[in-house]
Design a protein around this ligand. Structure first.
Ligand code: GTP
Ligand code: CDP
Length: 226
């Protein structure tokens, strides 16, 4: 079987992980696994992990490491035949160590976006909860304001996307993410990107991945869209 490709994208809330992950999935045929979306699916399905995770997310707290690692690793065990890009996991050093003991990562992308840019982006972020589709009134607005392009269902804004909630989330993110970033830098697989616009970062990420992703991923997996 051809070599598989395993990557993680790290970044604070609003940094564009989901936006960039979708472009990576479309360009390189990797499976994008968003831990936030996966948690919301489990919450909606009222799974044991979802019910437990909900109690933490509602308080704006992180879901405990053992719940996240059990949930994410069982999902990854179902994807062993696929190349993937993880978004939002690992989020802590404990999560990273468990992931590293189970899978060898090829690339870790870390987005470094200024606070004011994050605030501005999240202020205008609208989400279709059922699909996880993400819009932005300034960057990628829906055809009809407040309505999902595909389903016609209403869009919502996350309570903790408000600017006053963001500062606390950001401080917590930085405290928790630093040892994870340091770990992957020490492994020599960290690639940092800083800018205020996704469209300026994307070409660099795309060319990095073009050099790293095995060309023999197989047609089924590698769908090049230009
Ligand atoms: N103005 C602007 N908005 C952007 C840009 N890139 C992404 N966005 C929007 O900014 C918001 C945040 O982007 P996401 O991809 O959701 O960021 P994220 O890192 O996945 O955020 P979390 O899921 O909260 O961790 C969304 O509404 C995006 O549509 C950009 O370059 N400029
Ligand atoms: N590894 C993770 C990922 C998400 N989460 C929780 O799930 C929520 C939604 O995750 P998300 O990635 O959609 O949003 P962000 O808060 O990361 O911007 C987070 O706010 C956390 O409460 C977590 O606790 N641990």
């Amino acid at each position: 079987m051809s070599k598989l490709f395993r990557a993680v994208i790290l970044g604070p809330p609003g940094s564009g992980k989901g936006t960039i992950s979708e472009r990576v999935a479309n360009s390189f045929g990797l499976k994008h696994l968003s831990s936030g979306d996966f948690l919301r699916e489990n919450i909606a399905a009222k799974t044991e992990a979802g019910v437990l995770a909900k109690t933490y997310i509602e308080k704006g707290a992180l879901v405990p490491d053992h719940v996240m690692t059990r949930l994410m690793l069982s999902r990854l065990e179902e994807m062993t035949r696929h190349s993937w890009l993880l978004d939002g996991f690992p989020r802590t050093l404990a999560q990273a160590k468990v992931l590293n003991s189970a899978f060898e990562l090829d690339v870790v992308i870390s987005l470094n976006i200024p606070l004011e840019t994050l605030k501005e982006r999240l202020r205008h972020r609208w989400i279709h909860p059922a699909s996880g589709r993400v819009y932005n009134m300034c960057f990628n607005p829906p055809r009809v304001q407040g309505v999902d392009d595909i389903s016609g269902e209403p869009l919502i804004q996350h309570e903790d996307d408000r600017p006053e909630a963001l500062v606390a989330r950001l401080r917590h993110y930085k405290d928790v993410a630093k040892p994870v970033i340091d770990l992957y830098r020490a492994k020599g697989i960290l690639h940092m990107f800083s800018d205020t616009e996704t469209d300026r970062i994307w070409p660099y990420i795309s060319s990095l991945l073009s050099t790293k992703i095995p060309t023999d991923l197989g047609d089924a997996q590698r769908v090049r869209t230009h």
